[in-house]
Design a protein around this ligand. Structure first.
Ligand code: NAI
Length: 359
């Protein structure tokens, strides 16, 4: 059921798509177009059930509305999920059918890559729709484009610097100990920037080879997967999974700051309050990890120079400083403040749209 689904939250439309020939089964969720067409990645995943896939699409698309509003982008929030194991079910025909489905929506939703979908997959999607970004950087004359992960990593780095300024009253990261959970596309690049800034790293990943590379290239210490969250550090940067911050893990954290790329880090809203109670400064995930969507949006708009995109990504630090100050003055969690700001922007935009339609 859609309207009674706990993850349903005033979504504007949800599209169920299938294509018998290619085996495509996808859900495209458009949460809000109040600020502009809904932009957000396409995730391909072998969900345990269709309900799980729907829940993910609903939750992620709402998250994109908040993220895009907070990043001041002229885009609303949407997300698509393709049901199936990407290693087994992905094919050119399936990606083409997905592209055709996006095209039929007429631009209400713009897609990009996400978990299970690569830049080269997006090229196949783009052969069938105009409403796509995350294409290779050499296309056309616009510099932004391609894998957004380096920009996400840079935004997280700027966010960590802002959190350190606020919480530790320090203008540099020299000698600070930072734990990075997950050394994937974002985590590894983040380590590079942190190391260059003089931070000492402790890392963990399921992939022993990537851990070895981090040890070699960044003089990182490594710990077991189960230990990384609880390392005594100045900053913990979750860059792997969601829901790592919950009522079990938070009391055991040994850090002053949590600031990382992973989406949906808080298990529940209450966990934001719990972090505050433990005196841990939390950089809300959808604010600090917006670098990738800022890059993708610039690519789509095709009118923003690359150094301007970089400046916009770096403004993530200023946005976080503002949130940290407001949270401190009102004695409320940073996660609550971020939601409040993003939701009020969405509300104002939809009121404006209604007024314009009524006039
Ligand atoms: P990725 O898939 O390239 O990397 C994730 C890494 O985490 C992998 O190396 C994996 O082995 C590791 N990992 C998985 N479970 C782990 C565990 N229990 N302990 C330690 N390591 C574990 O993903 P990517 O692109 O680096 O993204 C990381 C996070 O940031 C994800 O939550 C993603 O949704 C989020 N994010 C990524 C963006 C991007 O531009 N790539 C943009 C915004 C958010």
């Amino acid at each position: 059921m859609l309207f009674t689904n706990p993850a349903f939250n005033t979504h504007e439309s949800v599209h169920f798509v299938s294509d018998a020939g290619s085996g495509l089964r996808a859900i495209i969720a458009v949460h809000s177009t109040a600020l502009g067409p809904a932009i957000g990645g396409c995730r391909m995943w072998q969900y345990a059930s269709e309900d799980d896939a729907l829940r993910d699409a609903l939750r992620l698309s709402r998250g994109m509305s908040l993220k895009n509003a907070m990043a001041d982008l002229p885009f609303g929030g949407g997300k698509s999920v393709i049901l199936g194991n990407p290693a087994q079910c992905k094919s050119p025909a399936l990606l083409a059918a997905f592209g055709r489905a996006i095209e039929k929506l007429g631009g209400v939703y713009i897609t990009a890559e996400d978990v299970g979908i690569s830049v080269s997959d997006m090229v196949m999607v783009a052969a069938n729709t105009r409403f796509v970004c995350g294409l290779p950087q050499h296309r056309g004359s616009v510099a932004a484009g391609g894998d957004p992960s380096p920009r996400t990593a840079h935004g997280v780095f700027c966010g960590i610097a802002a959190a350190v300024r606020h919480q530790l009253k320090r203008d540099d990261l020299v000698g600070l100990r930072v734990a990075v959970q997950g050394l994937g596309k974002v985590g590894f690049d983040l380590c590079r920037e942190l190391y260059a800034a003089g931070a000492r790293l402790v890392v963990a990943d399921l992939d022993a080879q990537i851990v070895e590379r981090a040890r070699d290239e960044f003089a990182a210490d490594s710990v077991a997967i189960g230990q990384i969250l609880y390392e005594p550090v100045d900053v913990l940067a979750p860059c792997a999974l969601g829901a790592v911050l919950n009522s079990t893990t938070i009391p055991r954290l040994n850090t002053h700051i949590v600031a990382g790329a992973a989406n949906n880090q808080l298990d529940t809203v209450a966990d934001g309050w719990l972090l505050q109670k433990h005196g841990i400064l939390y950089a809300p995930d959808y604010v600090i990890n917006a670098g990738g969507i800022i890059n993708a949006a610039a690519e789509y708009l095709a009118s923003i120079a690359d150094d301007e995109v970089r400046r916009r990504v770096e403004r993530i630090g200023d946005t976080l400083s503002y949130i940290f100050d407001r949270a401190q003055h009102s004695d409320r969690p940073t996660s609550v403040i971020a939601d409040e700001i993003a939701l009020s922007r969405l509300q104002a935009a939809s009121e404006q749209t209604h007024t314009a339609h009524a006039a």
